[in-house]
Design a protein around this ligand. Structure first.
Ligand SMILES: [Zn+2]
Length: 516
């Protein structure tokens, strides 16, 4: 319990100090009979340019909280020209003279509650908006940003998160993705719902998250406007666009939800393996629901990206996007299991700070071990033993602690493999009955919100009645290969002399080579 307690004390100290500092003018006000509450608001000032994330401090912005993005775009696949208007519905959380959005395309105008606002660029991805009238804490804000640009040629540090494909584009990346197509408060701690509509030349498909509130509409000039709606709040990086030539397959899942899968027509001979994998999404989501708790979103599906476009997969909300590399050696359900596990771990329960990425990748990786067990292709225990043995004690792998891997190691092997090993150690320590109560309790407690590792440990301790501090400290936060006695069960005090290689080893590794 030490870590949790330490965090609680730290929080207490900060809030006490804050109350003292902010209290002085408040008390004065109360004495002078203004009748205002003791915690007087600070003088109006600029919203902070970041949310103080410990890895990416300037991601997101302070001073407001977004409820909804209405993203209305026009796209030309031939030239990668993107233009549009995003309307942001937000609420001020402090008195503001100015605030920032995260965005990199060229901005033509900004309006705040219908008044033209000043705007300027700052840093790599900040759009600074000057309030045309004073903004007071609690006020509703309607922010309308008009913009245009060529996202594939709009570089930040020489790089773009927007992928131009032969027939369109993909807006799919983590954690930087929104900057190139809609202005936002780009941090998973500010979740919002969103509507996306994109006008493209007729014959081109547009796929995004959630459901289609209406069929595609014909527009003048031989164009079609596609619309998608995400009615469940999500993190900004989990919104996506796939524009191009896609075969769209729709169905209804056993849980009654709409399924929308989309397959790039450029996949050629990889197409059948993509379909043989992604078409099993509903079955996999159903199986995962039995372990993780009720599926958290309004729709499901997957998108098979064009050949040679992206070299990874991403758990974009309700509809994961898969690079073509996953199908090179045939079908692969493990990557479908991984990405859909993220719908619970990452999408519904999101990190509050990017240092907590284990809460996403450790769990999605452990889901693959559970699927292997379910398929009779190697148990989670066999996976643990073989993984443990495959990294010698002096391997650099053990030098990255998955609970705080560092900003440059967010997608390191250790976050995935040692991350999954940590969950297996937890399972051994608390027993199957408690372990399989902890997982749905976690997804229920933080559904459509954010969670921290300290909160997960506290929940696991509460459900199991065990002190798990040594286990979490050793497996998540300490460099070096843990001894198997550390926090684990006595029954697994040592690794077997010759661990069995799980049958699913090659398939899972094939997926992981691309995922990391
Ligand atoms: Zn993942």
């Amino acid at each position: 319990m030490r870590r949790v307690l330490a965090a609680a004390i730290a929080a207490l100290t900060v809030s006490t100090a804050g109350a003292v500092a902010a209290g002085a003018p408040g008390h004065a006000a109360a004495r002078s009979g203004w009748g205002r509450p003791a915690a007087a608001p600070a003088a109006p000032g600029p919203g902070s340019p970041g949310l103080g994330d410990s890895y990416f401090p300037d991601y997101g912005n302070g001073g407001y909280d977004v409820d909804h993005y209405d993203i209305r775009l026009r796209y030309e696949p031939a030239t990668d020209q993107l233009s549009g208007t995003t309307t942001i519905l937000a609420r001020a959380t402090q008195d503001l003279t100015r605030f920032n959005l995260d965005f990199v395309l060229g901005v033509q105008s900004v309006k705040v509650n219908n008044y033209p606002a000043g705007f300027a660029r700052e840093g790599a991805h900040e759009l600074v908006v000057t309030a045309p009238r004073p903004i007071v804490s609690g006020q509703s804000l309607t922010i309308v940003v008009q913009y245009a640009g060529v996202p594939s040629q709009t570089r930040v540090d020489g790089w773009t998160g927007w992928t131009k494909t032969t027939d369109g584009a993909l807006a799919v990346n983590e954690p930087e993705s929104a900057w190139w197509w809609y202005p936002s408060n780009d941090h998973p701690s500010d979740k919002a719902t969103w509507d996306v509509s994109v006008s493209v030349p007729t014959g081109v498909e547009v796929v995004s998250n959630g459901v289609q509130p209406r069929p595609p509409l014909a527009e003048p000039g031989n164009r079609t406007r596609w619309g998608w709606r995400s009615a469940t709040p999500g993190a900004t990086y989990l919104a996506f666009l796939a524009i191009g030539d896609y075969d769209i397959v729709t169905d209804t899942a056993p849980n009654g939800l709409p399924v929308v899968n989309a397959y790039s027509t450029t996949l050629g001979s990889l197409g059948p393996a993509a379909r043989a994998s992604i078409e099993r999404t509903a079955e996999i989501v159903d199986w995962e629901s039995g372990i993780f708790g009720p599926y958290p979103f309004e729709a499901q599906g997957g998108v098979a990206a064009p050949a040679n476009s992206i070299g990874f997969a991403l758990e974009t909300q309700t509809r994961s996007v898969y690079g073509s590399g996953f199908w090179r050696r045939g079908s692969n359900t493990y990557v479908v299991v991984h990405e859909n596990a993220h719908q619970w771990f990452g999408d519904s329960v999101s990190v509050a700070d990017w240092s907590q990425i284990w809460l996403n990748e450790g769990f999605a990786s452990y889901a693959e071990w559970l699927w292997s067990e379910e398929q009779g292709e190697g148990t989670a225990q066999e996976w643990f033993d073989f993984t443990y043995a495959s990294y010698p004690a002096d391997d650099g792998f053990w030098q990255v602690p998955p609970g705080d891997p560092g900003a440059n190691n967010v997608f390191d092997d250790a976050v995935y493999d040692r991350g999954a090993m940590t969950l297996h150690q937890l399972r051994l320590a608390v027993g199957d009955a408690a372990f399989f109560r902890i997982l749905p309790a976690w997804t229920a407690a933080h559904r459509h919100g954010n969670g921290t590792i300290a909160q997960f440990q506290a929940l696991a301790e509460q459900v199991s009645g065990k002190d798990l501090d040594a286990l979490f400290t050793t497996w998540l936060f300490t460099k070096g290969r843990p001894e198997l006695t550390a926090g684990g069960s006595a029954a697994r005090a040592a690794a077997p002399a010759a661990p069995v290689k799980p049958k699913s080893w090659a398939k899972v590794h094939e997926a992981h080579e691309l995922l990391h």
